[in-house]
Design a protein around this ligand. Structure first.
Ligand SMILES: [Fe+2]
Length: 85
């Protein structure tokens, strides 16, 4: 499994947990479409598609893990820890 597939699976698994306040549908209704549009924008703008896709998968991980209010900060910290493994 490559890095993007691993991250996608990780986000999907976290979305399925009962501790996810938003429910499992956020995976299909938010993450999937976010990644789709992020990839389109990366192509259009010449951004690094791998980095953009990884960022799109992880952009709301803080909320899924229970910190909606500060998810923009806690999610970034979590993503950093995750990507350093
Ligand atoms: Fe989002």
């Amino acid at each position: 499994m490559n890095l993007i597939e691993e991250i996608k699976k990780y986000v999907e698994d976290e979305c399925k947990k009962e501790t996810n306040f938003f429910g499992v549908n956020i995976y299909n209704h938010h993450f999937i479409s976010m990644v789709k549009y992020a990839k389109m924008l990366a192509k259009e703008t010449g951004a690094d598609e791998e980095i953009v896709e990884i960022a799109a998968w992880l952009h709301d991980i803080g909320s899924i893990l229970g910190d909606y209010e500060n998810h923009h900060l806690s999610g970034a910290e979590h993503a950093e820890r995750l990507l350093k493994i």
